[in-house]
Design a protein around this ligand. Structure first.
Ligand SMILES: C[S@@+](CC[C@H](N)C(=O)[O-])C[C@H]1O[C@@H](n2cnc3c(N)ncnc32)[C@H](O)[C@@H]1O
Length: 308
């Protein structure tokens, strides 16, 4: 099957760090087009269990066809923090590894109807799960100015959040903001010249994070992974922007060194024990040749932790 749906990023590195047992139980929280899944499945034995999860049922349908030749794949159309449901469906209890390749696939970005890109005149949807009721256009129509400032600042780290939020509230009194070009036009009114493109990227990122509740779900999933992994099991996360990467980095650091005792106390009294160790190198990024072949890999950062 042609794999122009999405080119898997850091495929070799992901398998090298997460595939530890050919007969193990694997949890792929972001199945997408099944690109990473196929790399794993080629190396796994028929006895392995591979749980492939995606919020987007179109991704599940695509991956199911692509991976039809492989045994032991369980598909779950839902969110990757829904461990209870997915593990119950697969009839397993503990995992050898958890893999998250965050964000959206190339296919989702390229599909105008999904509204993830800001280049064309597309409707502002941005839902990963098309069954969820809340789109980016709904946010622009219903959030008050303060709420818009909060998401643009927190999820987009946008300098001109106040100005853009004010313009949105003003503009929507005349006409609902439902398409990418209408939003881009508003941002262009607030941000001068060449800086506007970066502001557009940040505002679109903020809306996408809010629509899909991406950061809270990531934090919840990392927390739950501690109970779900076997001893010696691993979690690996590829992130594509600093907000996601910060969450993963902080989580792995805290699990490796959870002691909260003040530095002045010479020994630990809080009793918190390390739950994970970070795998070196602490951060893995694609090389020049991968970025040359696949420009969407350029911002990827891969971090791995092992359950103690
Ligand atoms: C970068 S793509 C994964 C590509 C995949 N690794 C491959 O090689 O084809 C991310 C996928 O994760 C899905 N996704 C993002 N957040 C999710 C979540 N919280 N729960 C389940 N799926 C999610 C998206 O719908 C998208 O299909």
């Amino acid at each position: 099957m042609a794999d122009n749906y999405h080119v898997p990023v850091l495929g070799h590195e992901v398998c090298a760090h997460l595939l530890l047992n050919r007969e193990g139980v694997y949890y792929d929280g972001t199945l997408g087009g099944g690109g990473h899944a196929e790399l794993f499945l080629k190396k796994l034995s028929d006895k392995a269990v591979y749980i492939g999860i995606d919020r987007d049922h179109e991704a599940i349908d695509y991956a199911q066809k692509r991976l039809a030749a492989y045994r032991g794949v369980i598909y779950y159309n839902g969110c990757f923090n829904e461990f209870d449901q997915a593990l119950q469906l697969a009839g397993v209890d503990k995992l050898d590894s958890i893999f998250l390749d965050l964000g959206v696939s190339s296919h989702q970005i390229d599909d105008d109807a999904r509204g993830f890109a800001f280049r064309q005149r597309v409707s502002l949807d941005m839902r990963m799960d098309l069954k969820s009721p809340f789109t980016a256009a709904d946010i622009l129509a219903s959030y008050n100015e303060e709420e818009l400032i909060r998401i643009f600042s927190n999820y987009g780290e946008e300098r001109y959040s106040r100005k853009i939020a004010w313009q949105i509230v003003k503009s929507r009194q005349h006409k609902a903001i439902t398409t990418s070009d209408a939003l881009v036009e508003i941002i262009n009114r607030c941000v001068a010249g060449r800086f506007a493109v970066k502001s557009c990227a940040r505002i679109f990122q903020a809306l996408r994070i809010e629509v899909n509740d991406e950061l809270k779900i990531l934090e919840d999933t990392l927390r739950q992974s501690l109970q779900r992994l076997k001893k010696g099991g691993r979690i690996g996360v590829i992130s594509y922007h600093s907000l996601e990467d910060r969450i993963v980095k902080k989580f792995l650091r805290e699990q490796e060194n959870p002691c909260t005792c003040p530095k002045e106390i010479p020994y630990c009294v809080c009793g918190r024990e390390p739950q994970m160790k970070r795998i070196k190198p602490y951060i893995i990024v694609p090389g020049f040749s991968e970025i040359k072949k696949n420009s969407r890999a350029r911002s990827a950062k891969f971090r791995v932790g092992e359950k103690l």
